[in-house]
Design a protein around this ligand. Sequence first.
Ligand SMILES: Cc1cc2nc3c(=O)[nH]c(=O)nc-3n(C[C@H](O)[C@H](O)[C@H](O)COP(=O)(O)OP(=O)(O)OC[C@H]3O[C@@H](n4cnc5c(N)ncnc54)[C@H](O)[C@@H]3O)c2cc1C
Length: 381
Amino acid sequence: MDLVESAADHEFRLEARDWLQHNRPAESLPSPDASREAFEANRAWERVLFEAGWAAVSWPVEYGGRGLGLWEWMIFEEEYFAAGLGPRAAQNGMFLLAPSLFEFGTEAQKAALLPRIAGVEDMWAQGWSEPEAGSDLAGVRVNARRDDAAGGWRVNGQKTWSTRAPFCNRLFALVRTDPESTRHHGLSYLLIDLEAPGVTVRPVRKLGDQIGFGEIFFDDVFVSDADVLGEVGQGWKVAMATTGSERGLILRSPGRFLASAQRLVDLCRKTPDASAAQRRDVTEAWIRAQAYRYGGMKTMTRIAEGGSIGAESSINKVFWSEMDVRAHEIALDLLAERAEIDTDWWHGFITSMATPIFAGTNEIQRNIVAERVLGMPRSGR
Ligand SMILES: Cc1cc2nc3c(=O)[nH]c(=O)nc-3n(C[C@H](O)[C@H](O)[C@H](O)COP(=O)(O)OP(=O)(O)OC[C@H]3O[C@@H](n4cnc5c(N)ncnc54)[C@H](O)[C@@H]3O)c2cc1C
């Protein structure tokens, strides 16, 4: 791992910075989760990104990418968030499904789906959680029954807590395809059309008033064999790869946290009466973001050399979520009575409160780290 940016990487950074400065939307975009209009505004911008070849920096050109590597992608992410841009509407497709498509997809699936993800034609939601299966994901009950005559599966049941599902047209979901199976066995990873007959998506309003969140009901929904990712019955393995991207570095690259720490420093500079303790808090938040970046570079080196992040993605998840919550607490402390009228930090704070819950709660991540990284015994044994 080389901590000094090469001349070529630096040139790439300046090229990205220049393009973003000249092409980013003049007005800041609202969160894509806020409303259908906000989602579509983000999507239109992400289409501009795609047309200029910046949507998927590290993907091969034939799939809609720029044909560069993970380092360049990480640099682009830093510049993207530093330019004041937020998480993408297409992030589930780009950063969760696509890495699993590259790993487990057939050539036909990759050719059909990846360009549509990069070009924001398909917008993907994630269908893991169910009313009785959250932390205990292996308790999935949504089932798919074989339909040999039609060459596919009939899906029934309910998913819940699906981010942006009310605005998306597709869903990657973990469902039970073997009715006799239990736990991690007999599950498959299906790519479901949310506009197919039998699908009902009901929005659920979040605390921050956003309606890009929802529950999904399936009533004999047809999914063809071509839309099974990985082997039938091996869905757990594929889903854990997707989850590794969610907890690890791919969805949460350092860029967004570096930008947030920098905003915090700027806020502190504009707060002349900040106490010594508040300035120390801000400094610590900034150092945490830098530490996350260097940790990320180490992981990226390992991935680039053919390794994987594995259960260590759980350490990453605890780190980024607690860092995010803390940064927002510090900002609200600095803002004091102005906190509730500063909509950016206030909404950010509300959103940050969910980070220790989604992508698997931090209690569960700590269990994983204890058992699978540190090799400690399971409780009760
Ligand atoms: C903003 C937001 C967005 C989300 N987006 C999506 C999405 O797009 N797609 C999707 O599928 N899901 C999504 N989720 C759901 C999320 O993955 C679940 O909420 C999470 O996995 C927890 O499941 P649960 O809500 O059923 O809580 P439960 O599993 O019921 O847990 C309740 C509490 O018990 C604790 N707990 C449970 N089991 C243990 C244990 N063994 N040891 C210690 N503590 C334990 C948990 O940590 C938690 O504090 C989202 C959630 C939020 C809040």
